[in-house]
Every structure is written in structure tokens, then in C-alpha cells.
Write a protein of this length. Structure first.
Length: 224
């Protein structure tokens, strides 16, 4: 039933939105996991507070070694049962590191990023999961495949065009967006009124430039 639903959605998506079947061969199994990277950053920067948006089975949340951690999810995992919007509305705490991995659609992710910037401690860092989809079907705004990155990548492209934040994408674990609140060192000059217009083909052909992709070694080395 689910497969049939996915195939029907794909049929209409390829008719009315986009039909482009090139795949990217990222081999995530051979690269570090999200929690390894998060823990390395925590250790290097001596961070003490962590927020995770979207926890599911706590596969990542339980691996994070830090004094204070809050996990927000309306359905399962973490320690606060609510949506990210509800959390940000009532929250008065600040965090050193925030991992955004909730609802994987552009509108929600960009909102989660902007809300996270407001509660980030100085010298803090924001990470965003699922930024490097490997196929058209992994990045549709509605789910059409078991692996689902959603169109998170479009929120990263949007961030890349802003002057007061510096945004990268780390080549690991489905792509980890990295956002620092500092002058943009590699501003993307792209004028778009709506980043949702971007197509997977745009990303496929120009992803290095759009996403500012770096290795996990470079990311960790540059953290002081
Ligand atoms: C991909 S899973 C998270 C996986 C987890 N971070 C990990 O690394 O193992 C996404 C989670 O986001 C949650 N979610 C969906 N909408 C959300 C929202 N509006 N705010 C916060 N979490 C949300 C879902 O319930 C789901 O558990």
C-alpha cells in the first residue's frame, strides 16, 4: 500500500514538477556518523548545552555526551513532547549547539534555523541533518521513498545567500548543514524570491557551489 502510494505520488510529481533521474553516489557508510561529528565539536569547543529538534528513536540523542541536553519531538524520543514551534514559543534557555532534524520541509527547516539563531550562545553552532539527497525521490517535500531527506537542502541554499551567517555542508551522514553566526565568508549570489522554486536538477549540477560542501576533517580542523 505504501509503495503504491509512493509510486502514484512519483507519477504526478514527474508530470507536474520535475522529472530528472540522475543519482549521486555518496557512500555514507564509509563516512563519520552525525553523533561522532557532534561529539567531536562538543569536545573541541567545551560546549555544555545541546538542543535536538526531532529525536525519533533517540538513535542520535542518546549518543551525545554533554552536561545539559534537551530533545524536542511531538511523537517520540527526546525529553520534551511538542513541536519545534511550540518549543521555541515557550523556551527561555540558550544553547551552545543545536541539531535540527525535525520536519524535513523547507518552510519548517528555515523557521527552525531562524528560531535557533535567536537562542544560540556566542560562539555556538547550528547543525542541520539531511542536506545532501542522492536522488530526486529523496528530496520531494512529501515523502515518496523510504529514505526521505525532504527539501532541507533548499533551506541551506537560502542561508548561503545571507550576509550575517556562514553556512557549509559537511560531507557525512546524509549531509550535515553547518551554520555559524558570523560574516558569510563565501556568500552565494543567488537572487530568488522563493527558494522552494529550486529544482533537484539545479542542486545536482551545481551542488558544490550551492551547498558549500566540505569534508568532516576540514570541519573539525576549522573548529577552534
Ligand atoms: C528523522 S527523525 C529524527 C531522527 C533523529 N534526530 C536521529 O538522528 O536519529 C524526525 C523526527 O522529527 C519529528 N518531527 C516531525 N515534525 C516535527 C516538528 N514540527 N517539530 C519537531 N519534531 C518534529 C518526527 O516525529 C520524527 O521523530
Amino acid at each position: 500500500m505504501t509503495k503504491l502510494k509512493y509510486y502514484l505520488r512519483r507519477f504526478f510529481y514527474s508530470l507536474f514538477v520535475e522529472n530528472f533521474n540522475k543519482k549521486i553516489k555518496y557512500n555514507w557508510d564509509s563516512l563519520p556518523r552525525r553523533y561522532d561529528i557532534i561529539n567531536k565539536i562538543i569536545l573541541k569547543r567545551k560546549y555544555i548545552s545541546y538542543l535536538e529538534i526531532g529525536c525519533f528513536k533517540n538513535e542520535n540523542f542518546n549518543q551525545i555526551n554533554i552536561d545539559k541536553k534537551i530533545g524536542v519531538d511531538p511523537v517520540s524520543g527526546g525529553n520534551m513532547t511538542m513541536t519545534s514551534d511550540q518549543f521555541f514559543k515557550q523556551n527561555s534557555l540558550k544553547f551552545d549547539i543545536i541539531f535540527i532534524d525535525g520536519l524535513h520541509v523547507y518552510d519548517q527547516v528555515i523557521k527552525d534555523i531562524f528560531n535557533s539563531i535567536k537562542i544560540l550562545n556566542q560562539n555556538g553552532i547550528i547543525l542541520v541533518h539531511d542536506c545532501l539527497p542522492r536522488k530526486l525521490w529523496y528530496q520531494t517535500p512529501t515523502r515518496m521513498s523510504n529514505t526521505w531527506n525532504g527539501d532541507v537542502w533548499k533551506a541551506i541554499v537560502h542561508c548561503r545567500t545571507l550576509e550575517n551567517i556562514d553556512t557549509y555542508t559537511c560531507l557525512a551522514d546524509e549531509g550535515i548543514g553547518v551554520i555559524k553566526v558570523q560574516k558569510n565568508n563565501n556568500l552565494l549570489k543567488l537572487k530568488l524570491s522563493n527558494f522552494k522554486q529550486l529544482k533537484y536538477k539545479d542542486y545536482y549540477l551545481d551542488r558544490q557551489n550551492l551547498m558549500n560542501i566540505i569534508s568532516s576533517e576540514k570541519l573539525i580542523n576549522e573548529i577552534s
